[in-house]
Design a protein around this ligand. Sequence first.
Ligand SMILES: Cc1cc2nc3c(=O)[nH]c(=O)nc-3n(C[C@H](O)[C@H](O)[C@H](O)COP(=O)(O)OP(=O)(O)OC[C@H]3O[C@@H](n4cnc5c(N)ncnc54)[C@H](O)[C@@H]3O)c2cc1C
Length: 461
Amino acid sequence: MVVAALRRASGRERLQPVPATFAGGLENGAANGDCRSMNESAKPVAIFDVAVVGGGPAGLAAAIALSHAGARTALIARRVGYGDNRTTALLGGSIDLLRELDVWPRCEADAAPLRVMRLVDDTGRLIRAPEVRFSAAEIGRDAFGYNIANRTLMAAMEARAAEAENLTWIDGEAEQVTPDDTVVTITTRQGETLTARLAVGADGRQSLCRKAAGIGITRRALDQAALTFNVAHSRPHRNTSTEFHTPHGPCVFVPLPGDRSSVVWVASPKEVERLAALSDGELAEVAERRSHSILGRLEVGQGRNQFPLGIERPARFAGNRIVLVGESAHVLPPIGAQGLNLGLRDASDIAEIVRDALSSGEDPGSSPALARFETARRSDVLSRTFAIDMANRSLLSDFLPIQTARALGLHAISKVGPLRRLAMREGLAPSWRQRPHREPRFRAFSGEADTGSPQENASKQ
Ligand SMILES: Cc1cc2nc3c(=O)[nH]c(=O)nc-3n(C[C@H](O)[C@H](O)[C@H](O)COP(=O)(O)OP(=O)(O)OC[C@H]3O[C@@H](n4cnc5c(N)ncnc54)[C@H](O)[C@@H]3O)c2cc1C
């Protein structure tokens, strides 16, 4: 009855059967009693283990990972086409997770491997750092990761979500998220009501779930913005990503399949406005100058987007039966390609915690389960945020001693092999991060994944 009612109400494309109560059930019979919502509208209430709010890349990954972990999962997200031309550099364990979730085979043909990363000091300052070149082969990997258009990644995730068992996609927007002692009740603008024992807030920067959990946020706007666009070029990129460091931020050329690259150009908001207003030909010219023509002649492709930059950090990552993943939990400037890579680690960790809770009969929204998520995510997110903030500040600083320290640090990394290899491994994922379990079931971020080169895998044995 519940399913039929929901199907009528939403008209969504695919719906998994949702029983009114689950094995083990909810502790509070009032929550599921007659399958009616608690408000006067008396609409049917569907009950899930977990409800994910928000269908950006972090939310989709979390929903797929949770359903894969055996949780009856609802995804509350509008089905709208992906709107910008951004690409994402997915590093190390992110690819392993997407492979494990059967997302990666659906899109890997459209991704470009990142084998070498170059940092070029283009500040023109008196004290400059030497060029630093990181090669994946040096740490026994075929590639650090892959660069892929967000649109392509999202299409692969949506296709996987449509096939996932245990996953009900509710095409809607959460309007009210109300946690109580036993469940979280969510009503959508489209008039549906559902409850879940745990809600996953993947609803981005203005997160409704974060507010519902009573979690505050610290925001710092940066005097920087990013312009993104894609280019075709006359010379091959050789799977090398090149980052030109300017006094206002980095300008990065990241390989795409073929003789194409995506560009993320960080500069002052005024300069980004100016660049965005140029014609394709003019933008190609200034981008070629900025890249010192290492990719030859450039041709700017369709679509550009501007992003104001800032840093956001919540006071907590979980509370009141709600956990935060993706940009509801961390916003970083696009330096070192960390944002979605962190978001995928959020997704992997909450799926592991929920799988573990369900298999031991524990309530996945209970305080101990939330505390495990807090512990797992806090150090990872805060350390990355700090490292990126410091890297950005040291680049922008006019203070000579800081410029000197930066140049010396990069000099040491470029010359000292063990230090360089440590920097590369830690850039992929922090080795020391807290695991949500003693024995992780998702291999992707456990350090056990079989994803390195044959040499690397052999050396693990
Ligand atoms: C220029 C730039 C370059 C970047 N490059 C990289 C990179 O190379 N590598 C990397 O790892 N990261 C990168 N990032 C970061 C990455 O893009 C973000 O971390 C990622 O897109 C965040 O995804 P998300 O799903 O958390 O948030 P979003 O994409 O914002 O998704 C949130 C979703 O929730 C929906 N929503 C909001 N409220 C509700 C509601 N009430 N009900 C239902 N749905 C709701 C929204 O409509 C949206 O679809 C970059 C960022 C920028 C700006």
